[in-house]
Design a protein around this ligand. Structure first.
Ligand SMILES: Cc1cc2nc3c(=O)[nH]c(=O)nc-3n(C[C@H](O)[C@H](O)[C@H](O)COP(=O)(O)OP(=O)(O)OC[C@H]3O[C@@H](n4cnc5c(N)ncnc54)[C@H](O)[C@@H]3O)c2cc1C
Length: 395
């Protein structure tokens, strides 16, 4: 098989890039390890930057997102010192970002839209591709092999995109003496529950509580997503639905607890929190994108949005290569992508540190954390910084 660009991973990064490139006449093939049902079964991101939404429109995949997604102009922070304001303060993203918003639309739906768009264009997406292996990356004739049952299939290409997530094979194909990895593992995870219930609030509520962080989020007006901070050792078996709802109610303001509609979980999972960056994001003809190169804790809703900026840079760099024989964008890709990735890392680390309970904190750390929040809520400059980062820095 042959393609201009072979993309490893059929998650949102890989599918979006292949769709954008095909619309420009650049031939791609996507190799995905699992079935489509498996990929669509993952419940993950829900908050999109306007830059991501623009890319979806450019990829001709934005119609349902624009119809069903919800524009959010702000969110709430609940904390112990907000008793005067019903236990929570409002963050006016629209005001402090100078008129920007975020779009609430689930990653599952977005991925479904991308798959349907690939089908409409007759895009090549191979599912259940086993033992995907990128080869000869440091030559100008790279290829990727994979196994289909007993058959080993070879895809000859000019460029390989590693969009296969944190556990994928692409990053591991970069020699150890070239790759540098930066990592912080947080001493807790998020237990998330998806329920077919009306969300307790039209906007997200981030809760800082002495028992641990909680988040009231949503995917639509009939689908709620709630999270609580849990110790790393906990498993989903430790948390019945009843235990989850009881703990969530303890961590949110009383009026929110009273209004919370509970129901059976339709998905329940624990995600450990991690910050991670691999540098460089290019090795020869291999370019890493999205979670394959960087991970953030979900607190600042940056993960999928950081993947989108990688795709934006790669998309434009590959157009320049194929339409103008200009490699400047490809050569600059790693440095440009990493500059924005590190800003998303900083913001996600900051928001995680601000709102979670850290088991090993000394009283001094707790005081600083309270002061950081008090400063944020009393300073227009700090609010502008939060809003600018949350709605998404420019690509
Ligand atoms: C609980 C949770 C909440 C989150 N909330 C947000 C949020 O609100 N906002 C936000 O922006 N981000 C959020 N994120 C992060 C976001 O989900 C990820 O950043 C996003 O999925 C990255 O997309 P990706 O395509 O780069 O990687 P992935 O979605 O991981 O896709 C990679 C694909 O590659 C495939 N693959 C893996 N290995 C191989 C292989 N060897 N060969 C071939 N294919 C392979 C995988 O099956 C997968 O389909 C959240 C994440 C979690 C876990």
């Amino acid at each position: 098989m042959k393609a201009d660009v072979c993309i490893i991973g059929g998650g949102p990064s890989g599918l979006l890039l292949s769709q954008l490139l095909q619309l420009q006449g650049i031939d791609t093939i996507v190799l995905e390890k699992y079935s489509r049902e498996h990929v669509l079964g993952r419940i993950r991101a829900g908050v999109l930057e306007h830059g991501f939404a623009e890319l979806m429109r450019e990829a001709k995949c934005g119609e349902r997102m624009d119809r069903e997604g919800e524009n959010h102009k702000g969110f709430y922070i609940a904390h112990d010192n907000a008793l005067d304001s019903g236990g929570m303060d409002h963050v006016d993203l629209f005001k402090y970002s100078g008129g920007s918003t975020v779009l609430v639309y689930g990653q599952t739906e977005l991925t479904r839209d991308l798959y349907e768009a690939r089908d409409r264009l007759g895009g090549k997406v191979v599912h259940n591709a086993e033992d995907v292996t990128p080869r000869d990356l440091d030559t100008d004739k790279p290829y990727v092999s994979y196994r289909d049952g007993d058959k080993v299939i070879r895809v000859d290409c000019q460029y390989v995109i590693g969009a296969d997530g944190f556990h994928g094979v692409s990053r591991r194909s970069i020699p150890k003496d070239v790759l540098r990895e930066y990592e912080r593992v947080y001493p807790f995870g998020w237990l998330g529950v998806l329920s077919r219930t009306k969300p307790v609030s039209p906007e997200l509520i981030y809760c800082k509580h002495e028992r641990g962080f909680a988040l009231c989020s949503l995917r639509s007006q009939v689908l709620s997503r709630y999270y609580i901070q849990v110790p790393l050792e906990d498993t989903t078996e430790d948390w019945s639905d009843d235990a989850f709802w009881a703990e969530l109610k303890r961590r949110v303001p009383q009026a929110i607890a009273d209004g919370l509609i509970t129901g059976s979980s339709i998905e329940k999972s624990i995600a450990p929190l991690r910050s991670f960056v691999a540098e460089p994001m290019r090795y020869g003809r291999l370019f890493l994108a999205g979670d394959a190169a960087h991970i953030v804790p979900p607190t600042g809703a940056r993960g999928l949005n950081s993947a989108a900026s990688d795709i934006y840079y790669l998309y434009h760099a590959l157009i320049d290569r194929y339409k103008k024989a200009d490699d400047t964008g490809l050569d600059a890709y790693s440095a440009r992508a990493l500059a924005r990735v590190w800003k998303a890392q900083r913001f996600s680390w900051w928001m995680t540190t601000l709102l979670h309970r850290f088991p090993n904190n000394i009283p001094y750390d707790d005081k600083l954390q309270q002061t950081e929040l008090a400063y944020l809520l009393s300073s227009e400059a700090a609010m502008r910084s939060l809003a600018e980062n949350y709605v998404g820095l420019p690509f």
